[in-house]
Design a protein. Structure first.
Length: 241
């Protein structure tokens, strides 16, 4: 049965936002109709790729046949809609911007953006990462694509990070990235998953290494994404529970 979905004003620019101080601001977006054959694209880092789970470990085994437990794969199964995994290990916001042409070739109606963690560890200024994300959001909106943000950091992450973890030296920056993503969501009227690592971060049984979940952890990450976007997904008939 053909499925028609309206991605309504939840993903438009925030009410009253004129963009007077932002030359990249776009007009408020109207309803976007989900057409047959369209996709959801997940643009992100190794956390979107699913590194650390199943077959997605180094060295890669071409003969590995374990099921994919990355959040794009399990989200696709849950929504029964095509979700294209554009996660790349090591990707920064700049890399995400450079992949916009590729992302748009998949004819997305919705883009999930999970970027910023590698910017943090590569010491990219928050202002520079924000500028890249604004351009990504702007390009998606100009193409009629709705956007949702996924935040990797959260104050709770700092509280549960071991004393010798490298994140301890970047606590202020990690919190600044979180606040920047929240502010972008508010500015552009985007839904946001405020903490994709909720109930995962540094639980030994759910972590593959110091920064990546294992297969079980990624299954919980997908649940965090669905819970964080539940109102949006339900409002747009993408998920009804």
């Amino acid at each position: 049965m053909k499925r028609v979905v309206l991605l309504i004003a939840l993903l438009c620019a925030a009410c009253g936002y004129e963009g007077a101080d932002n030359p990249l601001a776009v007009e408020r977006q109207g309803a976007v109709q989900w057409r047959e054959g369209q996709t959801i694209v997940a643009l992100g880092t190794s956390l979107t790729f699913g590194f650390g789970a199943d077959c997605k470990v180094f060295p890669f085994d071409r003969d590995c046949a374990l099921p994919d437990s990355s959040y794009p794969a399990t989200l696709a199964a849950r929504l029964k809609l095509p979700v294209v995994n554009l996660g790349v290990p090591g990707a920064t916001t700049r890399d995400g911007l450079l992949r916009m042409i590729e992302a748009l070739t998949h004819d997305p109606a919705l883009a999930l953006i999970e970027l910023g963690a590698n910017d943090l560890f590569q010491e990219v200024l928050v202002a520079d990462a924000r500028a890249n994300l604004v351009m990504i959001i702007d390009r998606f909106h100009r193409a009629g694509v709705a956007v949702a943000l996924l935040s990797f950091s959260h104050p709770d992450m700092i509280d549960h990070t071991p004393p010798d973890h490298r994140l301890q030296d970047k606590k202020a920056e990690a919190l600044a990235y979180h606040q920047m993503l929240l502010a972008l969501a508010d500015e552009f009227g985007l839904p946001i998953v405020e903490y994709i690592f909720e109930d995962i971060w540094w639980k030994e049984e759910l972590m593959f290494d110091s920064v990546h979940p294992n297969g079980r952890g990624y299954l919980l990450m997908e649940e965090n994404v669905v819970r964080g976007l539940h109102s949006f997904l339900a409002a747009n008939d993408l998920y009804a529970q």
